[in-house]
Design a protein around this ligand. Structure first.
Ligand SMILES: [Mn+2]
Length: 331
C-alpha cells in the first residue's frame, strides 16, 4: 500500500511548493509527521515548508529543544500543494484550512477515522489501525528510499512514544517504524527518559490532574461501567489518560482552548467491548451540542463553540450514561 500511494503522490509533489501542516496545538505525533513530511517532499523533488495552526504544544516544544531539530516554516502564502498529516477534520486546521482548501492539490496522510478532510483530499493514505501518523510517515519515507539524520530520527520517535503511550497501544507498524528509526541513528532512550521525567515532574500537569480529580463527577452504567467527567484549563488529553489509568471506563474532560471548547474523550477496552467507543461518543456529543467530533475508537475529541464549562460537563456526562445504558441493554 505504501508503494502504490507513493506512485500516486510523487508526480504531484515534484517541483511544487508544498505546505505541510497538521492539527492545532501540534502534539509530538503532529510535529514528527510534519518533519518526515518535509523530508518526503524534498526527497520526491518538491519544496516543502511547514505551518502549525496555533503553534506547538508544550511537550512538542520540549521535544524540539531536546533534539535541537528545527522545522522550516512557510513565509509566503504561495502554496501549490497542501499535505495534511495526523488530522481528520478541517476545523482542526484553523486558519490554515483556507490555504489548503484553495491549493491545487490536497494530500492527506492520517490514522484517525475518516472525517471531512478525507472527502476533500485528492490523494490520501488513511489507516485507522496505525497507532500514530508518524509510523506511517516513517514507513513511507523508508519505502521512498529517503532517510532522516540521527537527531531527526530521535525527535520523530517521540511521535510514536506519544501516540502509543510508550508502546502500550502500539500497532505492528509502530515497531516496524521504530526499527527503521533505530537504523537511522535514533536515540530512543533520550525520549523515553524525557517522557518519564515529564510525567513525574511537571508541576502544571500534576496541578491539572489533581484539580480535575477534585472537580470530577462519577457515574455508573451497566453494573460496572464507570464514567468520569471533569474540566480543566489545560492538559485535557493527559488528564483523560490518567482517569482511564485510574480505572474509569469512559473519561470526558472539557477544556477551553483559543475561544473554542474541547472535550477529550477516552474509553477503556471494557467499554469498547460493550459497544461504547470514544469515537461514537464524540460524534454523538457533537451532534447533540453542536460541533465537530472525531478521532480513534478509544480516544477522540470534540470541538465546539464556547459555553459555560459546568453545563457542558453535565451534558456530556448525561450523553455518555445514556449511550452506555443503551449499549448494554442491546438497544
Ligand atoms: Mn496522532
Amino acid at each position: 500500500m505504501f508503494r502504490d500511494f507513493l506512485n500516486e503522490l510523487a508526480p504531484r509533489l515534484k517541483e511544487r511548493k508544498v505546505l505541510v501542516t497538521s492539527h492545532a496545538n501540534a502534539d509530538p505525533d503532529a510535529i514528527s509527521s510534519i518533519l518526515v513530511g518535509l523530508r518526503l517532499v524534498e526527497h520526491l523533488g518538491g519544496k516543502g515548508c511547514a505551518l502549525v495552526p496555533q503553534g506547538l504544544s508544550k511537550v512538542s516544544r520540549e521535544m524540539l529543544n531536546l533534539t535541537g531539530v528545527e522545522l522550516k516554516y512557510c513565509s509566503g502564502r504561495d502554496i501549490e500543494v497542501c499535505l495534511v498529516v495526523d488530522s481528520s477534520n478541517s476545523v482542526q486546521l484553523g486558519d490554515v484550512w483556507s490555504l489548503c482548501s484553495t491549493a491545487r492539490v490536497r494530500v492527506l496522510i492520517d490514522h484517525h477515522m475518516p472525517g471531512n478532510l478525507a472527502e476533500a483530499a485528492d490523494v490520501k493514505l488513511i489507516d485507522p489501525t496505525a497507532s500514530s501518523a508518524t509510523e506511517l510517515m516513517v514507513l513511507l519515507l523508508h519505502e521512498a528510499g529517503g532517510k532522516l539524520s540521527p537527531p531527526e530520527a530521535t525527535l520523530v520517535s517521540s511521535g510514536i512514544f506519544y501516540d502509543t503511550r510508550t508502546f502500550s497501544y502500539a500497532s505492528r507498524y509502530a515497531f516496524k517504524a521504530m526499527s527503521v528509526l533505530l537504523d537511522w541513528g535514533c536515540e530512543h532512550k533520550k525520549i523515553a527518559k524525557a517522557f518519564a521525567a515529564r510525567k513525574r515532574g511537571d508541576f502544571s500537569l500534576r496541578m491539572a490532574v489533581l484539580k480535575a480529580l477534585s472537580r470530577m463527577r462519577l457515574e455508573r452504567a451497566c453494573e460496572d461501567i464507570l464514567i468520569a467527567t471533569t474540566h480543566v484549563s489545560s492538559y485535557e488529553s493527559d488528564v483523560a489518560n490518567v482517569l482511564l489509568s485510574l480505572g474509569a471506563d469512559v473519561a470526558l474532560v472539557v477544556s477551553e482552548k483559543s475561544a473554542l471548547l474541547r472535550v477529550s474523550v477516552r474509553t477503556s477496552e471494557r467499554a469498547i467491548s460493550r459497544g461504547v467507543s470514544a469515537y461514537d461518543l464524540s460524534l454523538q456529543i457533537a451532534e447533540k451540542l453542536g460541533g465537530e467530533g472525531g478521532g480513534h475508537e478509544g480516544a477522540s475529541m470534540v470541538h465546539m463553540n464556547l459555553r459555560p464549562l459546568e453545563s457542558v460537563v453535565e451534558e456530556v456526562a448525561k450523553i455518555a450514561v445514556g449511550r452506555a445504558t443503551k449499549a448494554c441493554s442491546g438497544r
